[in-house]
Write a protein that binds this ligand. Structure first.
Ligand SMILES: N[C@@H](CCC(=O)N[C@@H](CS)C(=O)NCC(=O)O)C(=O)O
Length: 224
């Protein structure tokens, strides 16, 4: 049953946690739905109607703003979802996670794209070869681990220059990268050797809304 405008379809992996974290930060009430990737639920025809690429996350807004016209709105791809939520759905007292100032906004777009196209896929492949591949493939492990480490080095440099990924202010770009970097430490069982990344992880991870977002995603799985 739907009780809120926003219906979030997730699984407790970094791409799902991004959305629950953003919803908590933005003070947006929502109903969470588990799409159990372990059971192949991402291929259910009903889910494919809102996420044709058979991946989480996806969001349905039952009552989008007037400029979107009549009817509910479905969105897949996490960057599109994060931008939409921050721009159109932020609740009372929420931080501005997607600034209107064009110079600030382009930095958020840059680093959000960097996560979606670089950090996420490379880290995903590295974790696959390190943890899930049915055979040990040294070439795959080395290629994707090296690239992930390079990307973490880039992030470390950036966070030596600015407190947050997109600059002086916390934004959806931080949320997008945060849960991936946490999962890298979990997968490699090592604390990150990058001091600026470590300080940033601690800073973001101590935010109450971030904790709530992670818990909410995990709870969907444990209550399923
Ligand atoms: N570029 C997509 C990536 C989404 C993605 O890779 N989702 C994975 C979980 S991390 C998924 O649903 N995989 C299921 C599948 O490929 O069948 C986004 O940012 O939303």
């Amino acid at each position: 049953m739907s009780t809120h405008d926003i219906q979030a379809y997730v699984f407790p992996v970094p791409n799902g946690k991004k959305i629950t974290i953003a919803l908590e930060e933005l003070n947006i009430p929502y109903d969470g739905h588990l799409v159990n990737l372990k059971k192949g639920e991402q291929f259910n025809p009903e889910f494919l109607k809102i996420s044709p690429n058979n991946k989480i996350p996806a969001v349905v807004d039952l009552h989008p703003p007037k400029e979107f016209g009549e009817g509910s709105l479905s969105i897949f791809e996490s960057a599109a979802i994060l931008r939409y939520l921050a721009e159109y759905k932020a609740g009372p007292g929420a931080p501005d996670l997607y600034p209107k100032d064009p110079r600030k906004r382009i930095k958020v777009d840059e680093w959000l794209s960097w996560q979606i196209a670089g950090l996420g896929p490379m880290m995903g492949q590295a974790i696959h070869f390190l943890t899930y591949a049915p055979e040990k493939v040294p070439y795959g492990i080395e290629r994707f681990t090296k690239e992930t480490e390079r990307l973490l080095g880039v992030l470390n440099k950036r966070l030596g220059e600015y407190p947050y990924v997109a600059g002086e202010e916390y934004s959806i770009a931080d949320i997008a990268s945060y849960s991936f970097v946490v999962s890298w430490s979990e997968a490699t069982k090592e604390d990150t050797p990058y001091p600026n990344v470590k300080a940033w992880l601690d800073r973001i991870g101590s935010r109450p809304a971030v904790k709530r977002g992670v818990e909410r995603a995990n709870a969907l799985m444990s209550h399923s």
